[in-house]
Design a protein around this ligand. Structure first.
Ligand SMILES: [Zn+2]
Length: 239
């Protein structure tokens, strides 16, 4: 393989690398933002659950107080039964006692329902907290990785650009022009391998004579279908 072709293969590798790095420079900060958003969403839903549970504890305390004051009212009403003078008064207090007892029974039912919900929510919260703990470890590792990648991108880009400059210095202007022109026509891919008479750029068959030349000639040859500069890949794979 000619020296120029080897340089072109290298040049293309580094050109593609800068394209990849630049697209990562756009994508990674966005990925980081999405990761942080998802974390915030999880975190605040956990906080909502805790608030809700605290509300329930408060409601439970209030109902217990209500039950207790109902109990006091009941004792007082029962005491008054002994002080009444008339049957009418007696009946009125009995009615009052009945009302207090009904109310107390309702409150008791409400307390049971409230405790059930507290129990249910406590279990759910515990599970969610465990889930969050594991999620947080993954999140922090992912975030560190992305932040490191972002920090490395600039250095990688500078290195690739430096290598491109060095390679270009070693290539004649005419070949560079040809390379740039073909690259412009083919979405950035100007140099491709050919394996078993198939061009890796357009996946079309190249004529057998050209395939033979490709294996022997030191000239720069092009695919007749896509015009890309081609080289013979004796391994059957790129790279
Ligand atoms: Zn082709």
């Amino acid at each position: 393989m000619s020296e120029h072709l080897l340089l072109l293969i290298e040049l293309q590798k580094d050109d593609l690398k800068t394209v990849r790095i630049n697209s990562k420079k756009r994508e990674l900060p966005e990925k980081l933002m999405k990761l942080e958003e998802a974390f915030q969403t999880f975190s605040s839903s956990l906080e909502d659950e805790r608030k809700h549970l605290n509300e329930l504890y408060k409601i439970h305390r209030e109902k217990e107080n209500k039950l207790k004051s109902g109990q006091d009212n009941l004792s007082k009403a029962k005491d008054r039964l002994f002080e009444v003078k008339t049957n009418k008064e007696y009946q009125a207090i009995l009615k009052e006692i009945e009302a207090i007892e009904t109310k107390r029974s309702d409150t008791e039912d409400e307390i049971i329902a409230c405790l059930d919900e507290i129990d249910h929510r406590e279990k759910a919260l515990k599970e969610k907290e465990q889930e969050f703990k594991e999620y947080r470890i993954r999140y922090e590792a992912d975030r560190r990785k992305i932040e490191e990648d972002i920090a490395n991108l600039d250095a990688e880009l500078v290195a690739a650009q430096q290598k491109i400059r060095e390679i270009r210095k070693q290539l004649p202007e005419s070949i560079l022009r040809k390379y740039e022109m073909i690259k412009g026509l083919n979405n950035g891919l100007a140099v491709v391998s050919v394996w078993k008479e198939v061009c890796n750029g357009c996946h079309m068959n190249i004529p057998p004579q050209l395939y033979n030349d490709l294996q022997r000639s030191a000239d720069l040859l092009s695919c007749p279908h896509c015009s890309r500069i081609i080289y013979w890949n004796s391994q059957g794979k790129d790279g």
